[in-house]
Ligand binder design. Structure first.
Ligand code: 4NP
Length: 159
């Protein structure tokens, strides 16, 4: 059986989706699940670059290594490579649904914090921390972690 495949998608692919990837990879590894976890951005500005240093530092404060990230852009052909395409905020979700080549691919798009049982109804975005203080990155990592734990429990995969 091929692994279940997830792609986290934010705007720049240097802050939020790289953090989600590192956290989710740890969770699936700890759970002994065979799941491929990648990330991408809807924007092209940072293609080929590393994660934003404050994101790497926020990860490091929690014991994660975010130093090996290489940013890429998500395009219509990428849908075929994933079972689930997870937007970090509602704008990412809207952009992804517009990018999807057909309804079948569009149906793969979900919002990350919809998997957080503690998320309030209403605003379910992981806010864009780019250019903000360290506190915003720590907060984003908290939101990402809670939602990834929820997502782990909803994956259609068994050990
Ligand atoms: P991200 O944050 O979507 O969480 O990676 C951003 C990073 C860069 C830009 C926007 C958001 N930017 O405009 O360059």
């Amino acid at each position: 059986m091929p692994p279940y495949r997830i792609c986290f998608v934010c705007l720049g692919n240097i802050c939020r989706s790289p953090m989600a990837t590192v956290v989710m990879r740890r969770l699936v590894a700890d759970a002994g699940l065979r799941v491929q976890v990648d990330s991408a951005g809807t924007g092209s500005w940072h293609i080929g670059g590393g994660a934003n240093p404050p994101a790497v530092q926020a990860l490091k404060r929690r014991g994660y290594d975010g130093s090996r990230h290489v940013a890429r852009q998500f395009g219509p052909p990428d849908f075929a490579d994933y079972d689930l395409v997870v937007g970090l905020d509602r704008y990412n979700v809207d952009d992804l649904r517009r990018l999807a080549p057909d309804d079948e691919q569009a149906a793969k798009v979900v919002l990350l914090r919809d998997f957080d049982p503690a998320a309030a109804t209403g605003d379910r975005d992981v806010p864009d921390p780019y250019g903000g203080p360290d506190h915003d990155f720590d907060h984003g990592l908290n939101l990402v972690t809670a939602a990834c734990e929820g997502l782990l429990g909803r994956l259609p995969v068994r050990r």
